[in-house]
Design a protein around this ligand. Structure first.
Ligand code: UDP
Length: 315
């Protein structure tokens, strides 16, 4: 079985490369290194079943080989990154999605889209289930990501309806783990870095906004099961951990786990920052027999040594 992974050098993409290789797949990885890094995939370069091509999927996309599956994971995913590259973000989740779907059609391959909890915007209901249509600003600073992901979902469903491509849509909620970019501005790497260095922990707003954090191993398992399950074309699933925390409590938990004496510094809340985010994962439980196994406490404890090594180097 052969899978093509766009965004293979990114945080989740590189973990997927590892998982599919481990499961015996041949893997073709594509990445243009806009936000992904060689570091994330260097361990796989010698693997006989791994091929990597430095490529921007907003260009015409073709590979010679037969493909069974395409995972479209290319896209800057942290608010800082997608606001820094707003046009490219929109291109990769419109033109890039079009090219990836076109390739799936050509190869008769299954297609799984990395969508996002951001398609719900600043949700007016909580938890968010797949039936909720969201509350997205079409023009705010986050719209480049939110609307592009929504467009990608619509395009995927169009390929299902018009060309009968077996598409699946994974709405990925906040995920953390090793291989995250330490400087991408997201809350878990920010807090861990600040706590480990004894610097102030930057809480935006009053910290009462919530997020629900999924550990990478749980996420990879969910995506693998979702992509390999037979007979569910057109399935749309929330993937994430429903354990919901206020950001201020997340800061306190990081302090406790790292034994840090950092003080908490309150900074202004960015525009359109969602107030609540928590996935309803009953569909994923039913369809995949999957649920997260890592609490945030367990996941942070697991990943702490990796962050330490990244920040302080080998000891
Ligand atoms: N946040 C924070 N301090 C930081 C970085 C982020 O308080 O140093 C907050 C941010 O305002 C948001 C939440 O943490 O409410 C999650 O932010 P992140 O950028 O990780 O991802 P998002 O879920 O907003 O896409």
């Amino acid at each position: 079985m052969k899978v093509l992974i766009t965004g293979a050098a990114g945080f989740i993409g590189s973990h997927l490369v590892e998982k599919y290789l481990k499961e015996g797949w041949e893997v073709v990885g594509l990445d243009n290194f806009l936000t992904g890094t060689v570091d994330n995939i260097q361990d796989f370069f010698g693997h006989p079943n791994f091929t990597f091509v430095k490529y921007d999927v907003t260009n015409f996309l073709y590979v010679k080989d037969d493909l069974d599956l395409i995972l479209h994971f290319a896209c800057p995913a942290s608010p800082i990154h997608y606001m820094k590259h707003p046009i490219h973000t929109m291109k990769v989740d419109s033109i890039g999605t079009l090219h990836s779907l076109g390739l799936a059609k050509e190869k008769g391959a299954r297609f799984l889209l990395a969508s996002s909890s951001e398609i719900y915007g600043d949700p007016k209901v909580s938890p968010q289930s797949e039936g909720y249509n969201g509350n997205v600003s079409p023009t705010g600073p986050r719209s480049v990501y939110d609307e592009a992901k929504r467009f990608s979902e619509a395009l995927s469903m169009a390929y299902l309806r018009e060309h009968r491509i077996d598409v699946r849509i994974a709405r990925i909620f906040n995920t953390y783990g090793d291989k995250m970019n330490l400087n991408d501005g997201r809350v878990i790497p920010n807090f861990l870095k600040q706590a480990l260095l004894g610097k102030p922990i930057t809480v935006f707003g009053d910290g009462t906004q919530t997020r629900s954090f999924c550990y990478i191993d749980d996420m990879v398992e969910a995506i693998y099961r979702f992509s390999t399950k037979e007979g569910i074309p057109g399935a749309v699933l929330n993937l994430g951990n429903p354990e919901e925390l206020r950001i201020i409590d997340t800061a306190e938990l990081v302090k406790e786990i790292t034994g840090s004496k950092s003080r908490i510094e309150f900074l202004p809340l960015p525009k359109d920052d969602p107030k609540r985010r928590r996935p309803d994962i009953s569909e994923a439980k039913k369809l995949l027999g999957w649920e997260p196994t890592y609490s945030l406490r367990k996941g942070l404890t697991e990943v702490k040594p990796w962050f330490k090594k990244k920040i302080f180097g080998e000891k």
